[in-house]
Design a protein around this ligand. Structure first.
Ligand code: FES
Length: 177
């Protein structure tokens, strides 16, 4: 051993051309990486968001035959949302209160309270719709009898086609404050 240390490996200082090339390659890598990430992620985001941004179309849904309902009675009926999301499952099923007024004349009330959207219950004795959340009460025509609901129960259009009772689904406006 002579004790001679090897000289440190000194790299020559990069030339301005090398610096420019490295900067260019850095930017190219970032650009291609970002593009690749966008190509991978964008279809997934589009798949998730597209149904949410699509305007829900009104849709007629059959809820039963005319003779399934007694005149004067108010019955809960269930039907599928106008534009169910692919992953909605049972949550795409919604309900309404349907009353057969006479013959083929029906009235359908939204089941959701106009206050904050809780499901209201029809109580046949006093002929009232009651909301369990904040004590909202509606008369049998859906108008507000008591409590915080700001407006009557929303209604759906109803029609009878070849003996089938159909409800026109639609998004319901709900108070958000
Ligand atoms: Fe019905 Fe508040 S949600 S009274």
């Amino acid at each position: 051993m002579t004790g001679d240390a090897e000289p440190p490996c000194e790299r020559p200082a990069p030339t301005p051309e090398e610096i420019n090339r490295r900067k260019f390659l850095d930017k190219l890598c970032w650009g291609l990486g970002s593009l690749g990430a966008a190509l991978v992620v964008a279809p997934g985001i589009g798949f998730i968001l597209a149904p949410l941004l699509r305007h829900a179309p009104a849709q007629w849904r059959t809820v039963g035959k005319v003779d399934d309902f007694k005149v004067g009675e108010t019955t809960a009926v269930r039907f599928q949302d106008a534009s169910p999301l692919p992953w909605a499952g049972v949550t795409s099923n919604i309900a309404a209160w349907l009353r057969r007024d006479e013959g083929e004349a029906f009235t359908a009330f939204a089941i959701n309270c106009s206050h904050l959207g809780c499901p209201v219950r029809w109580v046949p004795g006093p002929k009232l719709f009651m909301c369990p959340c904040h004590g909202g009460v509606y008369y049998q025509d859906g108008s507000v009898a008591a409590g915080p609901p700001p407006r009557p129960l929303d209604r759906y259009r109803v029609r009878v086609v070849e003996g089938a009772v159909q409800i026109l689904t639609k998004p319901l406006p709900i108070e958000t404050h």
